[in-house]
Every structure is written in structure tokens, then in C-alpha cells.
Design a binder for this molecule. Structure first.
Ligand code: 16G
Length: 240
């Protein structure tokens, strides 16, 4: 219920109320919300206040708006743990989602300077440049560009990267992927990202760069991923 005598702002109370309804399953992903007017009448509050709550929930990824159609409940975000070095395939399977990839580009190029440095190889030596849309139950989650040294990881094919890169590196080649450094920063989708991730240009995304190593510090991949910020959140447990 909304308590008008509370020091807690009304738009915030409404926000919490709608979040509770989503949490309890009274509102499910894809459901359309009653119009702002109806909320205003039910709770005897102004439409401005309702709009303020809706806008916050849209910005936080709980709701989305469709021009001329109304406001809808968004899919729950995938919560991605940050401890543990896992592959996309493993992450999705662990959640009961079907991992998939759509290959955008697979070619061998001369290593650009920064990639060569990160992979500890000579500049211009051959690297695979692999661009994949990563899918969960067919829904695009991330656009991922991977650089791998051709001399270190032999025999890569389109078929392999359409399945799992880590499965090939460990299962087939017998390397043990050991550790990685990952940097996460926020950004907005450019034209390419918006096209491949089915989001608007300028929509929020999270950029992740991962440099992955074998036990002996040999770098084996440099990966740049753009994740949909409306579908993903990251979680880390901490101990003091
Ligand atoms: C994840 C990794 C990526 C790795 C890929 C392998 C992040 C940010 N990136 O997407 O570095 O190359 O998994 O997945 O987590 P695969 O084995 O399914 O091809």
C-alpha cells in the first residue's frame, strides 16, 4: 500500500510496490502494466508521480516501454557471478539456458599492436579474430570479439567456435585455462552493437575485457565483450 504520511517519497513507494509484484510473480515478464492513469486513481496519487516511478523502473531494467503500446515487465536480468573463470557455454548451462552463438566474423588477421602485446606475440603475427553474438535460449546477450594466436591454439574452425572455445582449448588441445584479468566498464551501444544485440543505439551496455592465461602465464585469449545492461547484472561475494 502507499502511505502518504510516510517520509518515504511516494514515487519510491510505488516503485517498491511494483518490484514486489514482479518478485512475487503477480506481474510476469511480458505482462503489460495498467496505464498510469489507473495507478493514479487506485492510489490517489498524481500521474506525474506514477510516471516518475515507471521511468525509474524502466531505467533500472524492470520495465520497458513500447511506443504507442504501453509499459511492460522486462525479463529478469541474468545475474553473473564474477568469481570463477567460466565460459559463456558453462554459465548458460548452469542456469538451465541453452547456449548458442551466431558467428559474425571468423578470420585470420595480422595482430594489431595492442592485441599482440596482450597475447605476448610479435606484432603482425597471425591471430584469429572471432566475432560472435552469444545467445541464451536464442536471445542475444552479448557481442564478443576474441583474439587468439594462430600459432598457440591450432586447428580452430568455425564449427568449433559455434560451440565452445574453452571446451576445445581444454578438452581437445589439453591446455588448462588457469586465470584471467577482467575489466568491466559501462558504455552505450554503437550502431554495430545495437544491430547485433537488438537494442537501440545509445542503450546502456557493459564492456568487458578479459585477458586469459595458462598456469605458466602464457596468454591465450584477449576478449572484448559488450553485454546488454538491461539483461545482465554482475555479482561478487566478498569477505573481510
Ligand atoms: C566468456 C568469456 C570469454 C570466453 C568465452 C568462452 C566473459 C566476459 N568472457 O564469454 O572470454 O572466450 O566465455 O566461451 O566472460 P565458450 O567456451 O562458450 O566459447
Amino acid at each position: 500500500m502507499i502511505n502518504k504520511n510516510s517520509p518515504i517519497p511516494i514515487y519510491y513507494q510505488l516503485e517498491e510496490l511494483i518490484k514486489d509484484q514482479i518478485e512475487k510473480g503477480d506481474l510476469k515478464p511480458g505482462d503489460s502494466l495498467p496505464p498510469e492513469r489507473e495507478y493514479a486513481e487506485t492510489y490517489q496519487i498524481s500521474r506525474m508521480t506514477v510516471r516518475q516511478a515507471f521511468t525509474k523502473l524502466v531505467n533500472d531494467g524492470y520495465l520497458y516501454r513500447l511506443q504507442g503500446k504501453g509499459t511492460f515487465v522486462a525479463e529478469r536480468k541474468v545475474e553473473q557471478g564474477l568469481q570463477g573463470l567460466t565460459s559463456f557455454t558453462e554459465d548458460m548451462r548452469a542456469r538451465g539456458l541453452e547456449p548458442g552463438s551466431q558467428l559474425i566474423n571468423f578470420e585470420v588477421i595480422p595482430a594489431p599492436v595492442r592485441i599482440a602485446k596482450s597475447l605476448a606475440i610479435d606484432e603482425s603475427s597471425p591471430v584469429y579474430e572471432i566475432k560472435r553474438i552469444r545467445l541464451a535460449d536464442q536471445v542475444p546477450m552479448a557481442l564478443e570479439t576474441t583474439y587468439i594466436s594462430v600459432d598457440k591454439i591450432k586447428g580452430l574452425t568455425k564449427e568449433i567456435v559455434n560451440r565452445s572455445l574453452y571446451e576445445y582449448i581444454e578438452g581437445t588441445l589439453g591446455f588448462r585455462i588457469d586465470h584471467a584479468r577482467q575489466i568491466i566498464e559501462s558504455s552505450v551501444a554503437n550502431q554495430i552493437e545495437s544491430e547485433f544485440l537488438s537494442i537501440k543505439e545509445g542503450a546502456p551496455i557493459m564492456l568487458i575485457q578479459r585477458n586469459t592465461y595458462l598456469e605458466d602465464e602464457t596468454p591465450i585469449e584477449v576478449v572484448k565483450s559488450s553485454y546488454r545492461a538491461d539483461r545482465y547484472k554482475f555479482m561478487i561475494d566478498m569477505k573481510r
